[in-house]
Write a protein that binds this ligand. Structure first.
Ligand SMILES: *Cc1c(COP(=O)(O)O)cnc(C)c1O
Length: 406
């Protein structure tokens, strides 16, 4: 029992069957489509409000059959936190942070992994593999462990040390590769058949988007089935942005948000050291070129080629939004400034968002009375490289109280 009608090639609309393993279609991602009319008859927002606070509360809008147990660590329903102090500093009256750092494995990658690992398990997969330069590996390793699956992870040697550690911690077969993320991707592609791996790479299977889509569903539910004016989203592979836009279309069609709802404008944020989507957006193009020599401490944004580039760019433009870069040298200062202002540990990817937000409020692109939601996509303590703690040492026998400001 499920409400999926079919799968659909995103590049050409080809209808594809549901219920068997799928990766790409014509080298591009695949959408999941639902019988929304049947979902409208089967469940209401009031029913959902009575369910446990996990993203699986949107069960009918997710692909896993209703009688199949998901592979879950209790992910979802992250807090949507008002940030009046930081808002005031930026000149905004309604600033909210959706704090995804509280999710299992400390990033919103767990939303995607609960969905794609659940589906892979249901479809009989026992071995998964993926390339990663950041949080995806730890999340995949944890959910694979939860599912009792084998997991192979390939990481460039400069992957943050905590991400290397967590892949190992959850028992994945994790390898450090002397190459870039695309070299790691090639290992997974080349080994898929020989090693019997199912490829869990970003957007290379249809279900990670469906997990990430729940950010949009939660946002709407938490705002009483309304939506904010502007969403700031740190964009790497773009799964979350594409997923949220899909969620909003589905909510409109279900009638769970009002027909005349003005959908939020997306501000897709990248770091200046890796900004393929911003470059394509500025040139008016639908497909992005490889971004050469990608380098940023915001590891979630270090995606020089996104297989779903056209889906990201289509969503940004349809929303009336834009793509913009933040400064690399502003990342550390913004992490500390935003975290200090509100007590929310802000990750480097989100620090880049605040750098852009400040600029766009100043130039009037974002109105001072607009409601703005910024996604805090990961847990700051995972990024030892981005913000080294510079603490002053004390000699326990000679405490200078005056110097402490006492
Ligand atoms: C992966 C990641 C991103 C980028 O997410 P996409 O949905 O792939 O664009 C942003 N921030 C963090 C912390 C991440 O781990």
């Amino acid at each position: 029992m499920h409400y999926v009608s079919h799968l659909e090639g995103a590049i050409d609309g080809t209808v594809l069957p549901f219920g068997q393993l799928a990766n790409l279609h014509n080298g591009r991602p695949i959408w999941v489509r639902y019988h929304l009319d049947r979902i409208r008859d089967a469940v209401t927002p009031a029913d959902i409000a009575r369910r446990p606070p996990s993203l699986w509360r949107y069960r009918e809008l997710l692909p896993l059959p209703l009688d199949v147990e998901p592979v879950t660590l209790g992910e979802g329903m992250t807090p949507l936190l008002p940030c009046p102090r930081l808002g005031k500093e930026l000149g905004l009256s309604r600033l909210l942070v959706k704090d995804e750092s509280q999710l299992p494995t400390g990033s919103f990658k767990s939303r995607g992994q609960t969905a794609c690992v659940s589906m892979a398990k249901w479809l009989g997969v026992t071995r998964v593999a993926l390339p990663t330069a950041g949080n995806a590996g730890g999340a995949a390793a944890a959910y694979a462990a939860r599912a009792g699956m084998e997991c192979y992870i390939f990481m460039p040697a400069d992957t943050p040390v905590v991400n290397q550690f967590e892949a190992h911690l959850y028992g994945a077969k994790a390898y450090r590769v002397n190459g870039l993320i695309n070299d790691c991707g090639k290992i997974v592609k080349d080994g898929a058949e020989r090693m019997g791996w199912f490829d869990l790479s970003t957007l290379k299977e249809p279900y990670r988007i469906e997990g990430k889509k729940t950010m949009g569903l939660e946002l709407a539910e938490q705002l009483g089935w309304t939506l904010p004016d502007v969403i700031f989203y740190p964009t790497g592979g773009g799964t979350g942005l594409v997923g949220m836009w899909k969620a909003f279309q589905e909510l409109l069609e279900l009638g769970w948000i009002a027909k005349d709802t003005k959908l939020p404008r997306f501000v897709s944020v990248q770091a200046e050291g890796c900004a393929p989507i911003v470059t394509a957006f500025d040139k008016g193009e639908r497909f992005a070129d490889l971004f050469p020599n990608a380098k940023t401490v915001a590891s979630g944004l270090r995606v020089p080629v996104a297989v779903g580039d056209f889906m990201i760019l289509d969503a940004i433009r349809a929303s009336g939004g834009l793509a913009a870069t933040g400064r690399e040298d502003a990342i550390g200062p913004w992490m500390r400034r935003a975290s200090t202002a509100e007590g929310i540990g802000i990750c480097p990817e989100t620090a880049v968002c605040f750098d852009v937000l400040e600029r766009l409020v100043k130039d009037g692109t974002v109105g001072r009375d607009e409601s703005v939601v910024v996604f805090n996509t990961g847990a700051a303590p995972k990024y030892l490289e981005a913000l080294p703690a510079e603490l002053t040492s004390l000699d326990k026998d000679h405490i200078d109280w005056a110097a402490l400001g006492g």
